[in-house]
Design a protein around this ligand. Structure first.
Ligand code: SF4
Length: 401
């Protein structure tokens, strides 16, 4: 029987490498790095975060998608959702004839026309257990690009389920990665999960653990993010923390500590080890990008911050949130957002783009720049070029600040 499951690509880097370089590299970004990440052109200073853009998981997922096209030139290839949350990358894949399947109400609906002759690429953030089972049953070829850091979260969540701990997942219950992780928590009959999006939701859980609210209160606040049949009285006796890999690291740690304290208050020190577990499951790439932004913000001196990445990219949103707490911040998804008339951006918490004419202060200006883990360098380079063009400058004018 021929192989139908591939997790390590097709050893075609030599072939697709030059194409990836042409599609996603940027001479402007290379120049910024050569000049020490902080550059000047005229009265504009641009400071690029030391860690930004494509992470190792995204790099690998995109490469495997290109390799898959090369390996199966005559087969129909579909992507189970966006391989990563970046509109430009997804548009390029679609232009290569790779169809991106939208979500369905069930695996059978989503993959209704997938058959044994098809090739299905699974994204970096993984798919649910039910989707995987369905896809395997079709006999199609599966190219699994699930990131190792996501697999690490799944491993911890499995252990929780095995040991009778409910997984409390810091994440967005509707995000593909969190849905996949939650499904892993259900891999055992006794598996349970509850997703908390932020500190406020974690505090609801803490209040219940301390006996300050009822299970009905908790379920009315968080029921839609809990496993089927979730019973707070039964299912919050032993809890294990996990998180979507791209959340704000500081918030994940804060939530972990809040819940630890609530369990300590309820059950006492002696009981804690048998009732509370936590692993740090923020991936190192997310952490590095957040650390780099923290460093930039701590150094100060910036007038405005531009954060580049897909609007549905969780890690980009986390970066924008960190910056917006300190200075005017514009989350844009592509260079097209920067126009002579102003900037089109997505404010924090908003679901639509807004335009702002007066976003760049007149005269000398210092602009901070970073990009989420799903943003390729060419997009970052184009953003720099468009910003400079607003002042009649070009990347050729860049020099050490
Ligand atoms: S953000 Fe982290 S978990 Fe997600 S693909 Fe990148 S390296 Fe993997």
């Amino acid at each position: 029987m021929s192989q139908t499951y591939f997790q390590k690509g097709f050893n075609l880097k030599r072939v697709v490498g030059p194409v990836l370089e042409e599609n996603y590299a940027s001479k402007v970004v290379d120049r910024l790095k050569e000049l020490g990440y902080t550059v000047r052109a005229g009265d504009v200073v641009v400071k690029l975060a030391r860690e930004f853009g494509f992470c190792y998981g995204v790099d690998r997922a995109v490469e495997y998608a290109y390799e898959t096209r090369q390996q199966f030139p005559d087969r129909r290839i579909v992507l189970s959702g966006e391989v990563i949350h970046n509109p430009e990358v997804n548009a390029r894949l679609e232009a290569m004839g790779i169809r991106i399947l939208r979500e369905g109400s069930s695996p059978a609906e989503r993959y209704a026309d997938v058959g044994p002759e098809d090739v299905v690429i699974l994204p970096a953030f993984g798919v649910t257990v039910a989707e995987m089972q369905h896809l395997r049953s079709t006999g199609c070829v599966l190219v699994d690009t699930t990131c190792g850091s996501v697999l690490n979260v799944w491993k911890n969540v499995h252990q929780y389920a095995r040991d009778g701990f409910t997984a409390i997942i810091h994440g967005k219950h509707y995000h593909e990665e969190t849905k996949a992780t939650a499904s892993q928590a259900m891999s055992r009959a006794a598996g349970r999960y509850l997703v908390v999006r932020d500190r406020r939701e974690a505090e609801h859980v803490c209040a219940f653990i301390r006996g300050e609210t009822t299970s009905a209160d908790l379920m009315s606040a968080l029921g839609k993010a809990a496993s089927p049949g979730f019973d707070p009285d039964r299912d919050l006796q032993r809890i294990g923390l996990a998180n979507q890999t791209t959340m704000l690291m500081s918030e994940s740690l804060e939530i972990q500590e809040l819940l630890r304290k609530a369990m300590l208050d309820r059950h006492g020190e002696a009981e804690l080890p048998s009732r509370f577990r936590a692993f740090d499951t923020i991936c190192s790439a997310t952490q590095d990008r957040q650390d780099a932004v923290n460093t930039m913000l701590a150094e100060g001196g910036l007038d405005v911050m531009v954060v580049v990445g897909g609007y549905n990219s969780s890690n980009t949103q986390a970066l924008a949130r960190m910056c917006a707490a300190r200075l005017p911040t514009y989350h844009i998804d592509a260079a097209r957002c920067i126009e002579p008339a102003g900037i089109r951006h997505r404010p924090l918490g908003s679901s639509a783009e807004e335009s702002r004419a007066e976003w760049l202060p007149a005269g000398p200006v210092r602009i901070g720049l970073t990009a989420g883990a799903s943003t390729p360098n060419n997009v970052v380079g184009d953003v720099v070029a468009r910003i400079l063009a607003l002042r009649g400058l070009s990347p050729a004018d860049l020099m050490t600040a």
